[in-house]
Design a protein. Structure first.
Length: 80
């Protein structure tokens, strides 16, 4: 697995807010094969495991935060 690249702290705070408010989110991310995917789901939890941060959706999908491209149309800093 490639090395985890921490995401912007302000963006993490935004993810926490969406999770707390249970806002339905459109998640755009790269899957384990590097293919862009889209998913509509609520953020169930944010957690750290082995020095990497993850997002758990309400339907059980786990996404490593540095694989996110955008959430609700808001791109992660440093992504295009």
């Amino acid at each position: 697995m490639d090395r985890y690249q921490p995401i912007d702290c302000n963006y993490y705070d935004r993810l926490e807010a969406w999770a707390t408010m249970r806002v339905p989110c459109l998640l755009v991310f790269l899957d384990e094969n590097g293919v862009q995917q889209e998913l509509s789901a609520r953020i169930g939890d944010l957690y750290t495991l082995d020095k990497a941060e993850y997002l758990l959706t309400d339907n059980g999908l786990v996404i490593r935060l540095d694989k996110l491209l955008s959430v609700n149309g808001v791109p992660l800093p440093g992504t295009c």
